[in-house]
Design a protein around this ligand. Structure first.
Ligand SMILES: C[S@@+](CC[C@H](N)C(=O)[O-])C[C@H]1O[C@@H](n2cnc3c(N)ncnc32)[C@H](O)[C@@H]1O
Length: 186
Protein backbone atom coordinates (compact mmCIF):
# COMPACT_ATOMS: atom_id res chain seq x y z
CA UNK A 1 0.00 0.00 0.00
CA UNK A 2 2.87 2.41 0.79
CA UNK A 3 3.99 2.04 -2.83
CA UNK A 4 0.56 3.02 -4.07
CA UNK A 5 1.08 6.37 -5.79
CA UNK A 6 -2.60 7.22 -5.33
CA UNK A 7 -2.25 6.97 -1.55
CA UNK A 8 0.46 9.62 -1.83
CA UNK A 9 -1.48 11.99 -4.10
CA UNK A 10 -4.95 11.48 -2.58
CA UNK A 11 -5.07 14.73 -0.61
CA UNK A 12 -4.15 16.79 -3.68
CA UNK A 13 -6.12 14.74 -6.25
CA UNK A 14 -9.18 17.00 -6.31
CA UNK A 15 -7.33 19.87 -7.97
CA UNK A 16 -9.09 22.55 -10.00
CA UNK A 17 -7.84 20.92 -13.20
CA UNK A 18 -9.05 17.45 -12.15
CA UNK A 19 -12.45 18.76 -11.08
CA UNK A 20 -12.78 20.52 -14.45
CA UNK A 21 -12.00 17.27 -16.31
CA UNK A 22 -14.33 15.28 -14.05
CA UNK A 23 -17.19 17.67 -14.93
CA UNK A 24 -16.68 16.97 -18.63
CA UNK A 25 -16.65 13.22 -17.90
CA UNK A 26 -19.74 13.44 -15.67
CA UNK A 27 -21.72 15.15 -18.46
CA UNK A 28 -20.88 12.30 -20.82
CA UNK A 29 -21.55 9.55 -18.25
CA UNK A 30 -24.90 11.14 -17.33
CA UNK A 31 -26.00 10.80 -20.94
CA UNK A 32 -25.06 7.11 -20.84
CA UNK A 33 -27.06 6.59 -17.64
CA UNK A 34 -30.46 7.71 -18.85
CA UNK A 35 -33.27 5.43 -17.58
CA UNK A 36 -30.95 3.75 -15.05
CA UNK A 37 -32.85 4.71 -11.87
CA UNK A 38 -33.35 1.06 -10.91
CA UNK A 39 -29.77 -0.02 -11.72
CA UNK A 40 -26.86 -0.75 -9.40
CA UNK A 41 -23.51 0.81 -10.33
CA UNK A 42 -19.94 -0.05 -9.38
CA UNK A 43 -17.46 2.77 -9.96
CA UNK A 44 -14.24 0.77 -10.29
CA UNK A 45 -11.15 2.84 -9.50
CA UNK A 46 -13.46 5.52 -8.17
CA UNK A 47 -10.71 7.50 -6.51
CA UNK A 48 -12.21 10.33 -4.48
CA UNK A 49 -15.60 9.86 -6.17
CA UNK A 50 -15.33 12.86 -8.49
CA UNK A 51 -17.35 11.02 -11.14
CA UNK A 52 -19.22 8.24 -9.30
CA UNK A 53 -20.72 10.43 -6.58
CA UNK A 54 -21.83 13.02 -9.11
CA UNK A 55 -23.97 10.48 -10.97
CA UNK A 56 -25.30 8.73 -7.83
CA UNK A 57 -28.72 10.37 -8.14
CA UNK A 58 -29.22 8.68 -11.53
CA UNK A 59 -28.96 5.08 -10.27
CA UNK A 60 -30.31 3.05 -7.34
CA UNK A 61 -26.93 2.51 -5.65
CA UNK A 62 -23.24 3.22 -6.12
CA UNK A 63 -20.35 1.16 -4.83
CA UNK A 64 -17.07 3.05 -5.09
CA UNK A 65 -14.26 0.47 -5.38
CA UNK A 66 -10.60 1.42 -5.23
CA UNK A 67 -7.26 -0.11 -4.25
CA UNK A 68 -6.15 3.12 -2.53
CA UNK A 69 -7.39 3.58 1.03
CA UNK A 70 -6.43 7.25 1.05
CA UNK A 71 -8.50 8.00 -2.07
CA UNK A 72 -11.47 6.14 -0.56
CA UNK A 73 -11.13 7.99 2.75
CA UNK A 74 -11.76 11.23 0.87
CA UNK A 75 -14.72 9.66 -0.98
CA UNK A 76 -16.13 8.42 2.34
CA UNK A 77 -15.86 11.89 3.85
CA UNK A 78 -17.76 13.35 0.85
CA UNK A 79 -20.49 10.71 1.19
CA UNK A 80 -21.11 11.59 4.82
CA UNK A 81 -20.70 15.39 4.38
CA UNK A 82 -23.11 15.49 1.41
CA UNK A 83 -25.45 12.86 2.91
CA UNK A 84 -25.38 10.65 -0.19
CA UNK A 85 -27.53 7.82 1.13
CA UNK A 86 -27.20 5.38 -1.79
CA UNK A 87 -23.38 5.25 -1.96
CA UNK A 88 -20.64 3.38 -0.12
CA UNK A 89 -17.00 2.42 -0.57
CA UNK A 90 -15.04 -0.83 -0.84
CA UNK A 91 -11.26 -1.14 -0.63
CA UNK A 92 -10.35 -3.80 -3.19
CA UNK A 93 -8.22 -4.67 -6.19
CA UNK A 94 -10.20 -6.99 -8.44
CA UNK A 95 -7.03 -7.99 -10.34
CA UNK A 96 -5.76 -9.61 -7.14
CA UNK A 97 -8.97 -10.78 -5.49
CA UNK A 98 -11.84 -11.47 -7.88
CA UNK A 99 -14.99 -10.18 -6.18
CA UNK A 100 -18.22 -11.90 -5.18
CA UNK A 101 -20.28 -9.00 -6.43
CA UNK A 102 -22.83 -8.28 -9.11
CA UNK A 103 -23.92 -4.98 -10.68
CA UNK A 104 -25.96 -3.72 -13.61
CA UNK A 105 -23.42 -1.09 -14.60
CA UNK A 106 -19.67 -0.81 -14.09
CA UNK A 107 -18.05 2.57 -14.61
CA UNK A 108 -14.30 2.98 -15.05
CA UNK A 109 -13.10 6.53 -15.41
CA UNK A 110 -9.38 7.09 -16.04
CA UNK A 111 -8.49 3.72 -14.52
CA UNK A 112 -7.90 1.23 -17.34
CA UNK A 113 -4.59 2.87 -18.28
CA UNK A 114 -3.30 2.18 -14.75
CA UNK A 115 -3.90 -1.58 -14.97
CA UNK A 116 -1.19 -3.40 -16.96
CA UNK A 117 -3.29 -6.45 -17.93
CA UNK A 118 -6.22 -4.84 -19.77
CA UNK A 119 -7.81 -8.12 -20.85
CA UNK A 120 -7.72 -9.63 -17.36
CA UNK A 121 -9.54 -6.73 -15.67
CA UNK A 122 -12.10 -6.57 -18.50
CA UNK A 123 -12.78 -10.29 -18.04
CA UNK A 124 -13.29 -9.77 -14.30
CA UNK A 125 -15.64 -6.84 -14.91
CA UNK A 126 -17.58 -8.85 -17.51
CA UNK A 127 -18.24 -11.55 -14.89
CA UNK A 128 -19.49 -8.98 -12.36
CA UNK A 129 -22.15 -7.65 -14.70
CA UNK A 130 -25.71 -8.91 -14.53
CA UNK A 131 -27.31 -10.10 -17.79
CA UNK A 132 -27.75 -7.12 -20.11
CA UNK A 133 -25.30 -5.11 -18.02
CA UNK A 134 -23.18 -2.26 -19.25
CA UNK A 135 -19.52 -1.28 -18.85
CA UNK A 136 -18.73 2.41 -19.28
CA UNK A 137 -15.03 3.12 -19.83
CA UNK A 138 -13.68 6.66 -19.95
CA UNK A 139 -10.03 6.79 -20.93
CA UNK A 140 -7.46 8.40 -23.16
CA UNK A 141 -6.99 7.81 -26.87
CA UNK A 142 -3.55 6.38 -27.58
CA UNK A 143 -0.87 9.07 -27.43
CA UNK A 144 2.62 8.06 -28.57
CA UNK A 145 4.11 11.13 -26.87
CA UNK A 146 3.25 9.65 -23.48
CA UNK A 147 5.76 7.22 -22.04
CA UNK A 148 5.66 5.95 -18.46
CA UNK A 149 6.73 2.67 -16.87
CA UNK A 150 3.47 2.24 -14.93
CA UNK A 151 0.86 3.87 -17.14
CA UNK A 152 -0.34 2.68 -20.55
CA UNK A 153 -0.27 5.43 -23.16
CA UNK A 154 -3.96 5.22 -23.98
CA UNK A 155 -5.91 2.96 -26.32
CA UNK A 156 -6.77 2.88 -29.99
CA UNK A 157 -10.48 2.33 -30.56
CA UNK A 158 -9.71 -0.77 -32.64
CA UNK A 159 -7.50 -2.47 -30.03
CA UNK A 160 -9.90 -1.70 -27.17
CA UNK A 161 -12.83 -3.01 -29.20
CA UNK A 162 -10.91 -6.24 -29.86
CA UNK A 163 -9.94 -6.71 -26.20
CA UNK A 164 -13.52 -6.03 -25.07
CA UNK A 165 -14.81 -8.64 -27.47
CA UNK A 166 -12.18 -11.16 -26.29
CA UNK A 167 -13.30 -10.47 -22.70
CA UNK A 168 -16.87 -11.41 -23.61
CA UNK A 169 -18.59 -8.09 -24.40
CA UNK A 170 -21.12 -8.50 -27.19
CA UNK A 171 -21.42 -4.96 -28.50
CA UNK A 172 -19.25 -1.89 -28.10
CA UNK A 173 -19.62 1.77 -28.91
CA UNK A 174 -16.50 3.93 -28.75
CA UNK A 175 -16.10 7.63 -29.41
CA UNK A 176 -13.73 10.47 -28.64
CA UNK A 177 -15.84 13.04 -26.77
CA UNK A 178 -13.27 15.59 -25.70
CA UNK A 179 -9.90 16.92 -26.78
CA UNK A 180 -8.00 19.03 -24.24
CA UNK A 181 -4.49 20.41 -23.89
CA UNK A 182 -2.12 18.74 -21.42
CA UNK A 183 -4.75 16.54 -19.81
CA UNK A 184 -2.92 13.22 -20.35
CA UNK A 185 0.25 13.18 -18.19
CA UNK A 186 0.51 16.86 -19.10
C1 LIG B 1 -6.72 8.63 -12.21
S1 LIG B 1 -7.60 7.99 -10.84
C2 LIG B 1 -9.29 8.12 -11.41
C3 LIG B 1 -10.23 8.37 -10.29
C4 LIG B 1 -11.69 8.61 -10.72
N1 LIG B 1 -12.22 7.45 -11.39
C5 LIG B 1 -11.80 9.83 -11.57
O1 LIG B 1 -12.20 9.74 -12.75
O2 LIG B 1 -11.51 10.93 -11.06
C6 LIG B 1 -7.29 6.26 -10.93
C7 LIG B 1 -7.82 5.48 -9.74
O3 LIG B 1 -7.76 4.09 -10.04
C8 LIG B 1 -7.33 3.40 -8.88
N2 LIG B 1 -6.75 2.11 -9.30
C9 LIG B 1 -5.62 1.92 -10.03
N3 LIG B 1 -5.41 0.61 -10.21
C10 LIG B 1 -6.43 -0.03 -9.58
C11 LIG B 1 -6.78 -1.41 -9.41
N4 LIG B 1 -6.04 -2.38 -9.92
N5 LIG B 1 -7.88 -1.69 -8.69
C12 LIG B 1 -8.65 -0.71 -8.14
N6 LIG B 1 -8.38 0.59 -8.28
C13 LIG B 1 -7.28 0.93 -8.99
C14 LIG B 1 -6.36 4.33 -8.22
O4 LIG B 1 -6.16 4.04 -6.84
C15 LIG B 1 -7.02 5.69 -8.45
O5 LIG B 1 -7.87 6.06 -7.40
Amino acid sequence: MENNIFNQVAKRYDSEKQIELAKIIVDEVRAALQNSKSKTLIDYGSGTGLVGLDVASQVSSVLLVDSSKEMLDIAKEKISRKGIANSKVLLSDFTEAPPELKADIVLMSLVLLHIPDTKKILQVLFRILNDGGKLIIVDFDKNDQVSHSKVLNGFTHESLKKTLSEAGFKSTKIKTFYRGKQIFMN
